[in-house]
Design a protein around this ligand. Sequence first.
Ligand code: FE
Length: 341
Amino acid sequence: MRFVVSIMMIMVLAACGAPEVPKAEAGRLNIYTARQYNSDQEIYKAFEEETGIRVRFRDTSAPQLLENMKTEGASSPADVVIAPDVGSLWKFQEAGLLQPVTSDILEAAIPETFRDPEGHWFGLARRARIIVYDPERLNADDIPGYGALADESLKDEVCMRSSSNIYNLSLMAELIERWGEDDAANWAKSVRDNFAREPQGGDTVQIQSIGAGECSIAIVNHYYWVRMITSNADDQRALAEDTAIIFPSVGAGTHVNITGAGVAANAPNRDAAIAFLEFLTSERGQTLLTGPTKEFPMVDGVPLPEGLENLPDFIASDVPMRKLGENQSLAQTLYDKAGWK
Ligand code: FE
């Protein structure tokens, strides 16, 4: 009898004392990001605040994240992949590491050309690849577009970063699309012939090289120049102030790329991942994403980050981002053939 009572007591206790899953555990999100900006942690905090979903992140280069996810396979903890170039997102998609997503919020907020038609990735911020030059040595009128860098009058005047850099690959991918393979290949060769030095350094280094008089023209993403010209560091600001910029045309506007994100193929927290992408299209998300980096917001009506209001108006190319993905490997082949390191 005593035995029966004991069993019943245990059953009653178990019913009353069953621990409830704490709210914070109800949602979790693992982000793999190739954007190595400390400021992005403010985005994660804001998302946690608004949703109660706990965020963990891993930030390293896109190729490294790609390798990690391949190795982890179906047991990868990644929910969201973020990369600062559509070429990188394309590689994740090609490797089967992203899944298609439909979301009325994302589709309404992001123009069609800036997202994958099947929803594997979505553009969240825009970055223009522009020309920076020395106004004491060159005239804006002589630089109508990217094509100008191939002109023989610029012999020994051009500074560039390496051709394996994803920004340069995506630019070439667009030139192939716009001009055709032959013209794009000839451009790469002629630009190579104009190099003041072998490709080296990141975009900021190209601006510094112009400031130092090593060359008089280069191609960089707009935000590197904006960060320098708005810098608190006098030497950096002074270097940028000695240069000028142009938003060149590929024949149909300036080459624009994206920071974008997609939901991982084996995301353990798919709903949280979609909620995070949607949060990034809210005004708060857009502001946290683009304010510190000086990228252009993706969503209409979001205020421009400080420093961008002084840039000239420009027409952005409307080439679909996925075309830049499709042409990635041909782009590298053309650079290699041109001897552009
Ligand atoms: Fe960058």
